[in-house]
Design a protein around this ligand. Structure first.
Ligand SMILES: [Zn+2]
Length: 60
């Protein structure tokens, strides 16, 4: 429901925008190479997921 801007306090705006914050992506370490990776995602460094190669990683 629309409310005039000047009738909404800074505190109220802050409470609303609280949910707009960027969530920190939790990561784990790769068991294959020990580097950081996101959980339930293949490792970007070595391409391993669940003990097998799922991505082809070209080493430059
Ligand atoms: Zn890895």
């Amino acid at each position: 429901m629309a409310v005039p801007k000047r009738k909404v306090s800074k505190s109220r705006i802050g409470q609303r925008k609280h949910s707009h914050r960027v969530h920190v992506r939790r990561g784990t370490t790769c068991p294959q190479c020990g580097g950081l990776r996101l959980s339930h995602r293949a490792c970007p460094a070595c391409g391993f997921y669940n003990g097998r190669q799922v991505l082809t990683v070209e080493s430059a």
